[in-house]
Design a protein around this ligand. Structure first.
Ligand code: SAH
Length: 346
């Protein structure tokens, strides 16, 4: 049975050659041809002996997921991609002044069940493989004709609930012999799993890390995010300090602004207190309202007041520009919408 080439780390591909008594250094040359020169046919690698080309062809598929829906709003394009087993995942391309960002999914559905999130309603059906994560990048590049310069793992799913595949994917996409995307051009976003955060800190060439915090205290966080019941904030903060210490990096703290839920003045002060001493930037995110959930977006006034209070406390704060609202960029929205439509008659 064929397996996807897109899931092969360089050491795994070296192993493929070594197992056939071939020089493993050929793996890097194959990586270069496929990833850097865009070759999409093993038969064209004429510098390899014919039986090796045939073996590659027999073992590895270079297939990409099919784009089954696309919504554009100028600044962003959202793609719904169909995987080999029929499941669908979303990827959103966002064009910004400082690069072309792709927001990727890491699971089909999500088990974290955050109260405000559309993906949480959809439940996890399965993990994505490293190959499926990488194939999202290539499928979107092919469909859009644009080159992705930055990645955010903020689509559907919890990357650290699919830790090994996420790490393999990161190894493949950052390999200098392959796509060579800089780890500092990648942001992994997690709802906060302390053990995985610690393990991630110990990896070579760490990426940026974003934490979905969304609440300044345990009581509220536990209402909004069930994961907060398993790991209280004290434990999460300890892991974050460790990440910052061992990588020398600043963390990104995501805080989605929910009207009259987590956006009060006292909560801003509580948040500043909680994060004191942690090298981080707080990113205030406008909530994308969804038809199925009862939360609303904080008003401009409340958001600005919250922002000002954090600033006065000496925090580094940014306001996320609203992008992709028309492209239904909120987690899981396009997928929920398309999948809830009756299938087209043909
Ligand atoms: N599971 C990971 C990554 C996926 S969610 C995580 O929790 O970080 C990406 C971000 O979008 C998270 O911060 C999530 O809380 C936020 N989010 C989910 N639904 C949203 C919505 N409707 N509007 C705005 N942000 C949302």
């Amino acid at each position: 049975m064929q397996i996807s080439f897109w899931g092969q780390t360089l050491p795994q591909l070296q192993q493929f050659f070594a197992a056939r008594g071939e020089n493993p250094a050929k793996a890097a040359l194959v990586y270069e041809s496929i990833y850097r020169r865009g070759q999409r046919d093993f038969a064209a690698l004429i510098w390899l002996k014919e039986p090796l080309r045939r073996a590659l062809d027999e073992h590895f598929s270079l297939a990409l997921p099919q784009v089954i829906a696309r919504v554009d709003d100028g600044e962003s394009s959202k793609f719904l991609l169909r995987l080999a087993d029929g499941h669908a995942v979303e990827a959103v391309l966002m064009r910004r002044r400082y690069g072309i960002f792709l927001c990727l999914s890491t699971q089909v559905g999500c088990n974290m069940a955050c109260a405000f999130c559309e993906s949480g309603r959809q439940k996890k059906q399965r993990d994505l493989t490293a190959a499926e994560m990488l194939a999202q990048v290539l499928a979107v590049e092919e469909a859009s004709g644009e080159k992705v310069t930055n990645l955010v793992l903020m689509g559907i799913g919890e990357p650290f609930d699919n830790y090994a595949n996420t790490c393999d994917f990161l190894d493949i996409i950052t390999a200098p012999e392959g796509l060579n995307l800089g780890p500092r051009h990648i942001t992994v976003s997690t709802c906060g799993l302390p053990q995985q955060i610690r393990a991630f800190a110990r990896r070579p060439r760490p990426t940026n890390l974003a934490i979905s915090l969304h609440a300044p205290n345990d009581a509220l966080r536990q209402q909004l995010m069930p994961i907060g019941r398993a790991y209280p904030l004290a434990q999460l903060l300890e892991a974050l300090h460790e990440y910052a210490d061992s990588t020398g990096q600043k963390l990104l703290i995501e805080y989605v602004m929910l009207q009259e839920v987590n956006d009060g003045a006292e909560q801003a002060l509580e948040l500043a207190q909680l994060l004191r001493g942690l090298p981080c930037t707080v990113n205030l995110i406008p909530y994308n309202e969804t038809a199925h959930l009862q939360f609303s977006r904080s008003s401009k006034e409340r958001t600005m007041h919250f922002y000002d209070l954090l600033k006065q406390q000496g925090m580094s704060v940014t306001l996320r520009k609203e992008l992709g609202a028309e492209a239904k960029a909120a987690c899981g929205q396009l997928r929920a919408e398309i999948l809830s439509q009756p299938p087209e008659q043909s």
